[in-house]
Design a protein around this ligand. Structure first.
Ligand SMILES: NC(=O)c1ccc[n+]([C@@H]2O[C@H](COP(=O)([O-])OP(=O)(O)OC[C@H]3O[C@@H](n4cnc5c(N)ncnc54)[C@H](OP(=O)(O)O)[C@@H]3O)[C@@H](O)[C@H]2O)c1
Length: 246
């Protein structure tokens, strides 16, 4: 129970990687604010945590909207207390080749994936600075490090998250706050569910570890970054991809 007594906020906690992160942090003893676009979406994760004897609460929030983020984190502070751990995991894709990419495809992906992480980071920073303690973990992607055809918007947002991670680490390190990123490879969730079977088989063949990733593969690395074992790490991007990008 390395996170006993800690309050964690996880965005995109209704399913996939975010749900696994919320469960794993709760297993380690954290009280978890589970954030999704609608409170009802995050409630499933909360019920799973309560069923295993943990403590969690669901919140509906659009991370791309300042007012929504500020109201949500004010509610979290009043219900549970100020988070010592923030996991910026909420993310979307709007994949298409650049020639066909609409302004709105670009704007929505940047707003959720990058602006959302900035807004959530900004809102938790004051209390973390006062407490001289904080862990911020951004979920980027190997696509943000290596690019991918048909994902100009997504790749730019995830590369932007790497820059945000480095700047946050430098700006807040002196206040006892660390900021690191995790770059997952191909993980089996709703986001990758509809990709062609041949693509999944290709990934499986190319990855030295010979399988696609699970949400739990990512969650356990996030819990490590949130825990005492990662106290002297900041500004790092940990690739968790079964060796796919080697
Ligand atoms: N799956 C992969 O292979 C993979 C690889 C690399 C990186 N990642 C990254 O890992 C993160 C999680 O991916 P996933 O595969 O678990 O995705 P997912 O299954 O599609 O889940 C996305 C989550 O983000 C939430 N969300 C979307 N827009 C939001 C908004 N505006 N405000 C608040 N919450 C919002 C969704 O909430 P609702 O349920 O309410 O819609 C949901 O909880 C993403 O940042 C993704 O880019 C995934």
């Amino acid at each position: 129970m390395i996170l006993n007594g800690k309050i964690a906020a996880v965005t995109g906690a209704s399913r996939g990687i975010g749900q696994a992160i919320a469960l794993d942090l709760a297993r380690a003893g954290a009280q978890v604010a589970c954030i999704a676009t609608k409170e009802a979406n995050a409630q499933t994760t909360v019920e799973m945590i309560l069923a295993m004897g943990g403590m969690a609460k669901a919140y509906g929030c659009d991370v791309s909207q300042t007012e929504s983020v500020e109201a949500t984190f004010a509610a979290i502070a009043s219900d549970l207390g100020a988070p010592a751990i923030l996991v910026n995991n909420a993310g979307i894709t709007r994949d298409t080749l650049m020639l066909r990419m609409k302004d709105d495809d670009w704007d929505q992906v940047m707003a959720t994936n990058l602006r959302g992480a900035f807004l959530c980071t900004r809102v938790v920073t004051k209390a973390m600075m006062k407490a001289r303690e904080g862990r911020i973990i951004n979920i980027t992607s190997i696509v943000g490090l290596h690019g991918a055809a048909g994902q100009a918007n997504y790749a730019a947002s995830k590369a932007g998250l790497v820059g945000l991670t480095l700047a946050t680490a430098k700006e807040l390190g002196a206040r006892g706050i660390t900021c690191n990123a995790v770059a997952p490879g191909f993980i089996e969730t709703d986001m990758t569910h509809d990709l062609p079977q041949e693509m999944k088989e290709q990934v499986q063949k190319s990855a030295p570890l010979g399988r696609l990733g699970s949400p739990e593969d990512i969650a356990q690395v996030v819990t490590f970054l949130a825990g005492p074992g990662a106290g002297y790490m900041t500004g790092q991007v940990l690739t968790v991809d079964g060796g796919l990008t080697l």
